[in-house]
Design a binder for this molecule. Structure first.
Ligand code: ZN
Length: 347
């Protein structure tokens, strides 16, 4: 990795020490909450491309053509059928049960002040908005604030997509408030999907940081799992890191794997992607074949890295030697594509 200084407030309130990697991956630095639950009916474990990822399931039309239509927006906000989800510091109100969650929408007149964004329009014409503002103080029975990491895998496809979209925009508006050209405060436009500088007229779009995450396998089809130097004992995942400026995702895979473990990769295969707006990553998932098996870890980044056969992985999980990332993460799903069936995730 080697990049630091992008620290920020995580959605669990803890400070990221070196937010130089996505937080469901081995280069992350703090502890995500554990999460369990189904990742969607379309779960595919052995196919060439991942589907049904927990945070990549949106089904509401984003209706980008309506974002600048002031008359339509005004009418939609006045429509009693319209639903609003409020996001505050990465959390939204949800009704949560063991294996299921539902977003606790409110009507537009109940929404707090704050940046408003059009999330989309359903086939029946119902509009959905997000508002970045304080959560309602007296939620109904069974309703409480929840982070995307917790609620995401338990929500329906519709609600998971709406909340992922809303959290990503809310995080961006919270952070990118000023013009990078002249330093003036900027104004939200396009229903919260961009910001404009009133001084020089420049327009700025939501920041998304691409990060690659890769399962490396050796000629014996063993998987490479590693523990970040800042993680507690037993926690392991696959390798990951941000794509650098002027670099392709595939080049980032080869560079990160070599830097962190001394392994040279040959063929690199794309598997799928998942937004990870905590605060602003897009995870690009890969498989890669190792050309050598001697591991030399970069001790600054990686505490340990080892090859696991399927039997060795199952045994290590069963006896508590290692713990895998939660099912909401693309890391967990990529490991399952190699293993061949579902695995417990217990971060
Ligand atoms: Zn400006």
């Amino acid at each position: 990795m080697g990049r630091t200084g992008r620290g920020g407030q995580r959605d669990d309130g803890s400070q990221v020490i070196a937010e130089s990697a996505p937080d469901d991956a081995v280069s992350a630095s703090t502890v995500p909450a554990s999460s369990t639950g189904p990742a969607g009916d379309s779960l595919r474990l052995t196919g060439p491309v991942l589907s049904g990822l927990a945070l990549a399931r949106g089904e509401v039309d984003r209706a980008a053509h309506l974002r600048a239509d002031a008359d339509w927006l005004k009418a939609a906000w006045a429509d009693p059928a319209t639903r609003v989800i409020v996001v505050e510091r990465g959390q939204a109100l949800c009704e949560l049960a063991d294996q299921h969650a539902v977003l606790a929408f409110i009507a537009p007149p109940e929404a707090p002040d704050g940046v408003r964004f059009l999330l989309g329009v359903e086939a029946d014409g119902r509009a959905y908005f997000g508002v970045a503002g304080p959560l309602p103080e007296q939620p109904g029975p069974g309703v409480r604030p929840a982070y995307l990491r917790e609620a995401g895998p338990l929500l329906s496809d519709r609600d998971a997509g709406l909340l992922t979209h809303a959290v990503a925009l809310a995080n961006w508006h919270e952070t990118f408030t000023h013009c990078p050209r002249c330093g003036s405060p900027t104004d939200p436009i396009a229903s919260g999907h961009s910001r404009k500088c009133p001084v020089d007229g420049s327009e700025h779009f939501p920041r998304v940081d691409p990060a690659m995450i890769v399962l490396v396998t050796d000629p014996a089809d063993r998987a490479l799992l590693a523990r970040n130097a800042q993680w507690p004992e037993r926690r392991v995942s696959i390798l990951a890191g941000f794509v650098e400026a002027g670099e392709s995702a595939e080049q980032a895979v080869a560079r990160e794997v070599a830097e962190e473990t001394g392994i040279t990769v040959g063929a690199v295969t794309y598997l799928g992607s998942q937004p990870w707006p905590m605060p602003q990553s897009l995870m690009l998932g890969f498989r890669a074949a190792a050309a050598n098996t001697d591991i030399h870890v970069d001790a600054d980044e990686i505490a340990e890295a080892n090859w696991y056969s399927r039997d060795e992985l199952a045994a290590a999980i069963a006896d508590g030697t290692i713990r895998l990332p939660p099912p909401v993460s693309i890391a967990h799903r990529i490991i399952e594509t190699w293993y061949g069936t579902e695995l417990p995730g217990s971060w």
